[in-house]
Design a binder for this molecule. Structure first.
Ligand code: ADP
Length: 165
């Protein structure tokens, strides 16, 4: 069974993340969405909130048998070894992603030579989308309904304590 691990902050998950999860679930037998639970990363949403949002997404897209939500802290390579998996999924949007990913993969390879990373590009609609952008818009009470699955809008709004659309 070919499984792949999709690590990330998912703070919060966006339509770009969902796009990648859907694409990967068609290519691989099983996808593990692994939330990085690193206290130094200063996530806005708690681990529990991010799990809840991703679970909603899995449920809505009928992916229960194909996608699992998990979390890890520490090094990705250690988590991969624990899961007995050498395949990693990452998204590529803009050139800045490329530079960061290039550095990450080469460093991770030093520690875990068998690691292979698969990069997928989202639909062009989501190419500019990031979790930071969502947080920025939501913090000012802007409309995020085009950028995140509708199931998680209330959770994002609750965080910023605003009821505007
Ligand atoms: P990280 O802090 O690990 O970058 P993110 O949650 O921001 O965590 O991103 C996780 C992965 O999802 C990264 O590979 C990132 O490139 C990808 N990603 C984020 N947003 C999008 C998007 N709009 N389209 C495609 N991939 C995305």
């Amino acid at each position: 069974m070919r499984k792949i691990i999709y690590p990330g902050s998912f703070d919060p998950p966006t339509n770009g993340h969902v796009d990648l999860i859907l694409r990967a679930s068609k290519i691989f037998d099983f996808v593990i969405v692994a939330i990085l639970n690193n206290p130094n990363k200063n996530a806005l949403f708690s681990l529990e909130e991010r799990i809840e949002m991703l679970q909603e997404i899995i449920k809505k897209n009928n992916l229960k048998n194909k996608v699992e939500i998990d979390n890890f802290n520490g090094l990705l390579v250690d988590y991969l070894k624990l899961k007995k998996c050498n395949l990693v999924l990452r998204g590529l949007r803009v050139m800045s992603d490329f530079e960061y990913e290039f550095q990450m993969i080469l460093t991770n390879r030093k520690m875990f030579p068998e690691i292979e990373t698969i990069y997928l590009m989202p639909d062009i609609k989501w190419i500019y989308l990031s979790s930071s952008l969502i947080k920025e818009i939501a913090s000012f009470g802007g409309d995020i309904s085009e950028f995140v699955p509708k199931e998680i809008i209330p959770l994002v709004r609750r965080k910023f304590n605003n009821t505007k659309k």
